[in-house]
Design a protein around this ligand. Structure first.
Ligand code: HEC
Length: 113
């Protein structure tokens, strides 16, 4: 947990830069994870309900993001008792769907939207 992970951060930053570039080319392009996020994750993560890290709380997210998308996906699939429910309450979501919504969140965290 306390391992230095500048490489991981760099990696995430580059992935985000790529995603943003894709968006800029077409302003109407909607992120594939947006719908899932707005339906399931938004309720807790928009403002930080029940100890959920809010999307504008960059400080809370930095160490989480540093662990990488795979680790985040694992937390989301399994849940993080007591606050974070398994699959973020999207019981019909595939791992891929969940990963898309995580990506959407990562993007929002970093751009501060
Ligand atoms: C009922 C409220 C709630 C909902 C709904 C919810 N979350 Fe969470 N989430 C939390 C809480 C609380 C935490 C912090 C858990 C902790 O650190 O103990 C958290 C943590 C996380 C984390 C950080 C995991 C980590 O390893 O640090 C991610 C990523 C995440 N949520 C994604 C999602 C996604 C994606 C969805 C929708 C599919 C979602 N959450 C829906 C409450 C929620």
């Amino acid at each position: 947990m306390r391992a230095q992970a500048p490489k991981a951060i760099q990696c995430i930053a580059m992935a985000i830069a790529g995603l943003l570039a894709a968006c800029d080319q077409d302003g109407s392009l909607e992120h594939p994870g947006k719908q899932t996020y707005e339906r399931y994750c938004f309720a807790c993560h928009a403002s930080g309900v029940a100890g959920a890290p809010a999307l504008d709380d960059t400080e809370a997210w930095t160490p989480r993001l540093a662990r990488g998308r795979d680790a985040l996906l694992q937390s989301v699939v399994q849940g993080m008792p007591p606050g974070m429910p398994p699959k973020g309450l999207c019981n019909t979501c595939t791992d891929e769907r969940l990963l898309e919504s995580i990506d959407y969140m990562i993007e929002s965290i970093t751009t501060g939207e």
